[in-house]
Write a new protein. Structure first.
Length: 57
């Protein structure tokens, strides 16, 4: 009986660790990728301003 409880506790700790890793990955690691995307969006806005107004249909 105690072996079953210890297995359940180990699985619970692994699940908690995986959840914490996913949260930290979403908060910090993917933020670097977002900043690169924001830079490219900023560069696109500069290009649009530099090209001047265009007629849109």
């Amino acid at each position: 009986m105690s072996q079953i409880i210890s297995i359940i506790l180990v699985l619970n700790l692994c699940f908690a660790g995986g959840t914490i890793f996913v949260i930290l990955h979403g908060m910090y690691i993917s933020r670097k990728n977002r900043s690169l995307d924001m830079d490219s969006i900023h560069n696109l806005e500069k290009r649009k301003i530099g090209e001047g107004p265009k007629i849109q249909f």
